[in-house]
Design a protein around this ligand. Structure first.
Ligand SMILES: Nc1nc2c(c(=O)[nH]1)N[C@H]1C(S)=C(S)[C@@H](COP(=O)(O)OP(=O)(O)OC[C@H]3O[C@@H](n4cnc5c(=O)[nH]c(N)nc54)[C@H](O)[C@@H]3O)O[C@H]1N2
Ligand SMILES: Nc1nc2c(c(=O)[nH]1)N[C@H]1C(S)=C(S)[C@@H](COP(=O)(O)OP(=O)(O)OC[C@H]3O[C@@H](n4cnc5c(=O)[nH]c(N)nc54)[C@H](O)[C@@H]3O)O[C@H]1N2
Ligand code: SF4
Ligand SMILES: [Mo]
Length: 735
């Protein structure tokens, strides 16, 4: 494509470099044509390679910003909660009401009665959820949740095994791999860092074999994989343990690497070989659990152990299961057993954060307790449980049961921004009850989402295009984005920063942060991340171009130093080694969190007797047309792939279900009615729903949108994983 230029008649377009930055798996460049203050057209990166080209969602962003559904005025609830009846009020009335309520709740119950929930709304670092947290921290504190929805199992495992989340390679290193195992990851749809698919194609072109392990034959399987191995959800750790058994039995594991760089392998070996419990974890043992033929497990183990270098990319989805952290621990153990850690074309199979682009924001965002928070981040996640917060899966329960139910606080008020928790957290029906119980709910939003409908005060906010910001890559770069403001905001909306600033004034909070002008704030933010500023160099150029691509002499990889010179560069774990056995976990003394990776039968898994009643395993996948619940109301995207339940032909036929029929998907927690997509692209016994469809209950309380969290269980995995891929359901034709 040639340089962006406008081909429309009329006044000349200004082309503004910015980004599309919901929490969508990527961070891409958008070049927006603006004529007389109106964004008329969207193009993407056509500059230097590697280009950061936008997906369908990024290109439909104009529909989002100019959507007739945008919230345009502050609103006050006038009908029963959740029914969506609101009246317009002034900003003064809205902010006075919020400030008065915050003070009243704090004075009556203490600050811990305020639940603050900011989540993945958008990726700009300046106008992000931290501002809201900063405000309420300065106000006296609040209750928030621990446990990330995306990848808490991986976070736990990486901290235990490697002592860090920075375990990945820049994606261009895939081209050096001879074998790539895409384990429950679907980059053709979920992007998994901009350009992952681009480099997978290149790797394939130079001869790498790509194997995909997934209950679904995904777009990635169809376009990139040489082999597809379907597996029952939540059983991946069993397959990995059996692969280890094959390697040990056939002496294919890299003993030199294990001796030099790891600790505790013998204990894992004892478990695998059944020294501990008399059960040898053979491929036949795993076949019964996973549904993967033993011969397939054997050949995959041999291939992974003998093809060097090989990259095992562990998706987060198999970890979003009961005991999901075991899968992630097992993945890293296999990477170590095959000597693939810290070598080009290999991979450590950890959290996969790339080596360039810090995730931790600079200190000027932090108040007094900032240092403590950083310390907590370094500790194993489970340690955070001792902190006074419920797990994110239990927030509805925490609101309903409070201190009487053993939770740290009695929550009376919710302050929600950059998030749609009723839709995105498990057990929506319980969530409805919890929200009904609260004294007050404040939501900052762009749209009337499932959560926004429950607000008492609803504050309309601007979009990324209506302000300036800065963004780093999703997981792996190497590049940074300056998100230039494209258009003036819708007249009556404010940015989250403006809202917080005006609330700060009303609450008597004087933090210098709230007085910083936008551009100056972004500059400080970038400067605060020393290595980013060093990279970016000329800030004005960065702004002008909207993107700074980092030129590395060779692909970036974590742990290179640890492997090349282990004496001077220990791994950041207590033992200085890759911890296959983890003493910090052993100290937790919890049989559900073993100190070595083990397969533990999941609840609501293939072996649960509940299957007699609810025989199908539900997985809830990241959908092509949405970033979580964002874009669900975008007409261009809905056309691309409507929401549906993927069900295997065999399961459909035995229930009298034809392609396109409406079906009822249900379990004890709820039900949803949605059209069936009868397909061989999902294995029998498993059904799939895209996450993020906007919860839309009918008069009988049945969801009519295919919103999966009406079905998911609000129990977290012992190591903190968010197990929304572990639910049993039944499906029947809806007539
Ligand atoms: N069943 C199931 N549930 C899941 C998942 C799953 O796989 N299955 N995945 C989980 C994962 S990985 C994640 S990350 C979470 C995401 O959970 P959430 O972050 O709660 O989900 P989003 O839909 O991204 O909600 C973000 C909201 O922020 C709003 N927003 C966008 N920009 C702004 C802004 O500038 N200011 C404000 N105030 N609001 C803004 C958007 O309109 C949107 O409603 O969902 C989790 N939920
Ligand atoms: N289009 C789109 N892309 C996104 C997002 C989005 O909302 N929309 N969200 C982004 C975010 S915040 C996140 S955290 C990531 C999440 O990224 P992922 O977790 O990789 O995304 P998913 O689509 O949930 O799952 C990937 C694949 O895993 C398979 N799978 C599910 N359960 C299991 C299992 O138990 N075992 C195995 N082997 N496979 C399983 C699914 O069939 C799916 O094809 O995606 C990012 N990318
Ligand atoms: S991957 Fe994400 S950032 Fe890139 S265009 Fe798509 S939605 Fe936007
Ligand atoms: Mo996520």
């Amino acid at each position: 494509m040639t340089a962006a230029k406008s081909d429309q008649p009329g006044p000349k377009a200004r082309i503004v470099p910015t980004g599309a930055c919901y929490d969508c798996g990527g961070r891409c460049v958008l070049k927006v044509h603006v004529r007389v203050g109106v964004a008329t057209r969207v193009e993407t990166d056509d500059g230097e390679e590697p280009q950061l080209r936008a997906c369908a969602r990024g290109r439909a962003y104009r529909q989002q910003v100019y959507s007739p559904d945008r919230l345009r005025f502050p609103l006050k609830r006038i009908g029963p909660r959740g029914e969506g009846q609101f009246e317009r009020i002034s900003w003064d009335e809205a902010l006075d009401t919020v400030a008065t309520k915050l003070v009243q709740i704090k004075e009556t119950y203490g600050p811990q009665a305020i639940w603050v929930h900011t989540y993945s709304g958008h990726a700009g670092l300046f106008h992000g959820g931290l501002i809201v947290r900063q405000l309420l921290r300065s106000f006296g504190g609040y209750t928030s949740c621990w446990g990330g929805a995306s990848a808490e199992g991986s976070v736990f495992a990486s901290r235990a095994t490697y002592g860090t989340l920075s375990t990945g390679h820049t994606r261009d290193d895939l081209v050096n791999s001879r074998l790539i195992l895409l384990w429950g990851v679907n980059p053709a749809t979920s992007i998994y860092s901009t350009n992952t698919s681009f480099y997978l194609v290149q790797a394939k072109e130079v001869g790498a074999r790509i194997i995909l392990i997934d209950p679904r034959y995904t777009d990635t399987a169809a376009t990139l994989a040489d082999q597809w191995i379907p597996i029952r959800p939540g059983t991946d750790a069993a397959m990995m343990v059996a692969m280890a058994q094959v390697m040990i039995a056939e002496k294919l594991h890299d003993r030199r690497f294990l001796d030099k760089y790891t600790s505790g392998f013998e204990k894992f070996q004892d478990y695998v070989m059944g020294i501990e419990d008399g059960v040898v974890k053979t491929p036949a043992w795993a076949e019964a659990k996973t549904g993967v033929p033993a011969a397939t497990i054997v050949s995959l183990a041999r291939e992974y152990a003998t093809t060097k270098p090989a990259a095992l990319i562990p998706g987060y989805a198999p970890g979003r299961t009961a005991f999901g952290e075991q899968y992630h621990r097992a993945a890293s153990t296999l990477a170590a057993m095959t000597g693939n850690v810290g070598v080009h074309g290999g991979g450590s199979a950890g959290f996969e954060r790339g080596p360039v682009g810090p995730m931790v924001p600079p200190s000027f965002f932090e108040t007094k307790d900032g240092a403590t928070y950083k310390e907590q981040l370094k500790a194993l996640d489970v340690a955070r449980r001792h902190h006074a917060h419920p797990h994110v899966c239990r927030i509805w329960d925490a609101i309903l049961e409070g201190t009487a139910g053993g939770y740290p606080s009695d929550i009376k008020m919710a302050y929600i921004a950059f998030a749609n928790p009723l839709n995105q957290l498990p057990n929506t029906n319980k969530g409805v009850k919890a929200l009904q119980k609260l004294e007050s709910i404040v939501v900052q939003e762009q749209f009337m989402t499932a959560t926004a409908r429950f607000a008492d005060i609803l504050l309309p906010v601007s979009t990324i295009w209506e302000r300036n910001d800065f963004a780093r890559p999703w997981l792996s770069g190497p590049y940074f984005l300056y998100l230039n403001k494209v258009i003036e905001p819708v007249p009556e909306v404010k940015s989250d920063l403006e809202i917080c600033r005006e609330l700060a004034a009303r609450l008597g909070i004087h933090e210098p942060f709230f007085d910083i002008a936008e551009e100056e704030g972004i500059r400080l933010l970038v400067q605060g991340m020393g290595d980013v500023m060093e990279e970016v160099g000329d800030f004005e150029k960065f702004k002008r171009e909207g993107v700074h691509k980092i030129r590395l002499p060779s692909p970036g990889l974590c742990f290179k130093k640890q492997i090349e010179d282990p004496e001077s560069n220990p791994f950041p774990t207590p033992s200085g080694k890759i911890e296959i056995y983890c003493q910090r976990i052993a100290d937790l003394n919890n049989p559900d969190i073993p100190s070595i990776p083990e397969y533990i039968e999941p609840w609501e898994g293939p072996g649960d007797p509940l299957r007699e009643k609810y025989p199908l395993q539900l997985i809830t996948i990241h959908h092509k047309t949405r970033a979580h619940s964002c874009f669900d109301n975008n007409p261009w995207l809905s056309e691309l792939e409507p929401q549906s339940l993927w069900i295997n032909t065999w399961d459909a036929q035995s229930r009298g279900i034809n392609n396109g029929n409406e079906v009822r998907v249900f379990n004890e927690r709820g039900e949803t009615i949605i059209q069936a997509r009868v397909t061989e692209r999902i294995m029998p016994g498993v059904v799939a729903l895209g996450e993020g469809a906007w919860y839309r209950p009918d008069k009988k309380g049945r969801d009519r949108a295919g919103s999966p969290n009406v079905l998911t269980r609000d129990q977290y995995s012992p190591g903190g994983a968010f197990p929304v891929n572990t639910s049993l359901v039944q499906v029947e034709r809806f007539i």
